[in-house]
Design a protein around this ligand. Sequence first.
Ligand SMILES: *Cc1c(COP(=O)(O)O)cnc(C)c1O
Length: 394
Amino acid sequence: MIYADNAATTKMSRTAIDAMLPYLEESFGNPSSLYALGQRAAEALQTARERVAACIGASPKEITFTSGGSEADNQAIRSAAAIGARQGRRHIISTAFEHHAVLHTLSRLEQEGFQVELLPVGPLGTVTADQVAQAIREDTCLVTIMYANNEIGSILPVGEIGAVCREKGVLFHTDAVQAAGHLPIDVKAQNIDLLSLSAHKFHGPKGVGALYARQGVPLANVIEGGAQERGKRAGTENVPGIAGLAAALEESCAHMEETAARVAALRDRLIAGLSQIPHSTLNGDPVHRLPGNVNFCFEGVEGESLLLLLDDREICASSGSACTSGSLDPSHVLLAIGRPHEVAHGSLRLSLCGQNTDADVDAILQAVPEVVDRLRSMSPLWKDKVSGKKAFVL
Ligand SMILES: *Cc1c(COP(=O)(O)O)cnc(C)c1O
């Protein structure tokens, strides 16, 4: 099997599994309990907090563990909105191609009286710090812009955006779920106030994430209950998951440069090869791009059929994001970069990691052109295009 869907989730690393096992087995205590068994779990939490903080240039007190990236996004945005509301500032700036954990939280806030402005991301799928500076108003309380896009892999200039926000006194949150463990993060140097990350995107376990909140930025509770996480996130902590998150993040960060170089070389071979397919186009920024991300549109092809035929050949890939597949709507990300509906339906995302090989790339480069040909040969619409009765879009 070839696994090329690492943007959806990753396989756990041996290091992460080994870091979790003691807390699933002998050290199973509740970290809030006073006896030694509980205190061993509490120490694991503290160590994990220190390790995560060190990976992103934060201090341990600034890290809150959550159930994943979605919860961290919700809590970050809700917290900034609450601060804004107290000051009478209800304008929020974001982009049209954020993850739904951000976009749907923002829609909710709109219903609650906030004004949300989504910046256009242009054909390459990015925004400039200038665009953000132009959009900031007296009553802006939050800028929330992702570090890297999960579908098309564009990397955004978060350091420059952070500098603009800091200068204008506006809180800056970044959904760094695709960046953490893959790209360098320094919350101080990049002027980031709030940042979300999720373990299962960097070879850690599912269902655990972290929210960084700069000291002095008070978090709003999204889950009420006990006093865990300094009263900011109730519920008995996922100790094994948190230990796994910290181990996976530390491991990814330690090998980041070397992995990125190797994976980017595989990515570039895939991009060069798939570009040979007629009437195809690369989505996303060709230069500022996640090392593992490949995303193409193939005209005249239906994404879901493409995935099923690739699955027959034991290649795991995706079309749109895992969260939107299953719905018939084309990806909001591809629409945001201006792909027409009919083209957006024919998209393929391949996302690689350090475990992928040259042989994987060879097999994908063999399979995709054959599968695209086969689907096109079965399509009446494609026949009309080839015979000149209908125009090509790409
Ligand atoms: C996966 C992902 C999320 C959601 O994270 P979960 O841990 O699955 O809740 C949020 N934002 C981006 C950019 C993602 O890729």
